[in-house]
Design a protein. Structure first.
Length: 162
């Protein structure tokens, strides 16, 4: 039991060291610092999510919405053949970013007004919870991509404008 605790303590120290290095790199680069600050204004995105996105998804803000969704693996693909229409599924992409987005969306569906509204609408229309969560992940990712691309600020009331 003590050896397991010792290994966990070592791994926790390693995680803190890596996070400190990432934070130092971000602090030394004005572009990354602005990108992280912009991402942190979105309800549901925390420092770990922001650091994960800027360090493991350098394409954020540089590619189209379809491309960013495909890169992360939240773009639905069809399994159609001839007259058969299959279910749309997601696959591939960067699993670590998808995991970070999943954790962010669990918070965002409660505290981020546009995402919450979108999620509730999907559930009310009969979508399965995992399908609705994946759609919200894609919507959040596309919103973050647009914010970084256009250097715009988070506007929590944009859902009211539509």
């Amino acid at each position: 039991m003590r050896s397991i605790k010792r290994v966990i303590k070592q791994l926790d120290e390693e995680i803190r060291t890596i996070e400190a290095k990432i934070q130092t790199d971000i602090d030394n680069d004005d572009g990354l610092k602005q990108k992280v600050a912009r991402l942190l204004t979105v309800n549901g995105i925390g420092i770990v999510n922001a650091m994960t996105l800027v360090s493991m998804l350098p394409e954020l803000g540089r590619v189209s919405n379809k491309e960013i969704a495909a890169l992360v693996g939240v773009a639905p693909y069809s399994k159609d053949s001839g007259k058969k229409t299959g279910k749309r599924t997601i696959f591939g992409g960067r699993a670590l970013i998808r995991s970070a987005l999943y954790m962010a969306i669990l918070s965002a569906k409660r505290f981020n007004k546009p995402i919450k509204t979108f999620y509730q609408r999907l559930i009310a229309s009969g979508k399965l919870e995992k399908v609705a969560l994946t759609a919200c992940m894609r919507k959040l990712l596309i919103t973050l991509n647009a914010m970084v691309k256009h250097q715009s600020e988070w506007q929590p009331d944009f859902a009211d404008l539509a």
